[in-house]
Design a binder for this molecule. Structure first.
Ligand code: GLP
Length: 255
């Protein structure tokens, strides 16, 4: 990995402008290789993208036979059909992914997190040729997937405790129940193993995390800062998420 890699940062006029770029990333991955494995992120950041992706898939402009899908993380014991879970969210927003799940071309993160299931999941990813395109969101505490502050840069898939801010942000998914305390997540080593990474962050609440990710120390305090060790990262921001950055931090800006 390149210790001096600098992500390409693009500041878009508005969050919705990311959607065609994110679809182009998927088309590009499909064009570059045979049936690439694409790993999706969850969260409100990607709602518009999944709606658009579903239309592309349903109308055949992107063929779901042309790629394999997977995702980053899952709340512990949330099987794919359980409300509040990540796969449930993905398949609700993009029903075409449910078809892929049924056909075995979408690989769900093992939700119970046993060591054996996690190593088997990593082996499946490896057999599929590794993740060619990784979509990422950003937690307001600097997390990526569920790698909370303090996470090791050198871990694969593992079970983790959720930060209180993460649980608070996830609360509405589980009402009237309390949000889970544990989740299964791709580790930072897993994420950095992807060939290309595209991270989206939108809104003022992400501005400090964006600053720390791009301009702070590369340190476990901000897990997203690990992305600066990867040579092929694109960061898409809206103006609010970019509001703590100086202009010189925005290489290749596209306002
Ligand atoms: C969760 C997920 C992350 C995601 C983050 C941001 O914590 N584990 O992968 O990036 O939420 O979510 P949102 O897009 O809703 O801000």
């Amino acid at each position: 990995m390149d210790p001096h890699a600098t992500p390409e940062v693009r500041v878009l006029g508005a969050a919705d402008a990311a959607v065609p770029l994110l679809l182009d990333e998927l088309r590009g991955a499909i064009a570059r290789g045979q049936r690439p494995l694409v790993s999706f992120a969850t969260g409100s950041t990607y709602t518009a993208f999944f709606r658009a992706l579903d239309a592309e898939l349903q109308e055949g402009r992107i063929a779901n036979a042309d790629f394999l899908g997977t995702h980053l993380d899952e709340f512990i014991a949330f099987e794919p059909s359980r409300r509040g879970g990540m796969v449930h969210e993905l398949t609700l927003r993009c029903p075409a992914l449910r078809d892929m799940l049924a056909r075995g071309s979408f690989l769900p993160v093992p939700c119970y997190g046993s060591e054996g299931s996690l190593r088997a999941h990593e082996e499946r990813i490896e057999r599929a040729g590794g993740v060619k395109l990784q979509y990422l969101g950003l937690g307001r505490n600097g997390h990526i997937a569920f790698n909370e502050p303090g996470a090791s840069f050198d871990e694969g898939f593992h079970v983790t405790m959720l930060a209180e801010s993460t649980r608070a942000d996830a609360k509405s998914r589980f009402v009237p129940d309390e949000p889970p305390r544990r989740a299964v997540t791709a580790g930072l080593r897993s994420i950095l193993g992807a060939e290309r990474i595209v991270l989206c962050a939108f809104g003022k609440a992400k501005a400090d995390a964006v600053h720390d990710m791009l301009k702070g120390e590369i340190h476990a305090n901000c897990p997203a800062s690990a992305l600066r060790r990867h040579p092929n990262v694109l960061v898409l921001l809206d103006p609010e998420a970019a509001s703590s950055l100086d202009a010189d931090a925005i290489a290749g800006a596209n306002c």
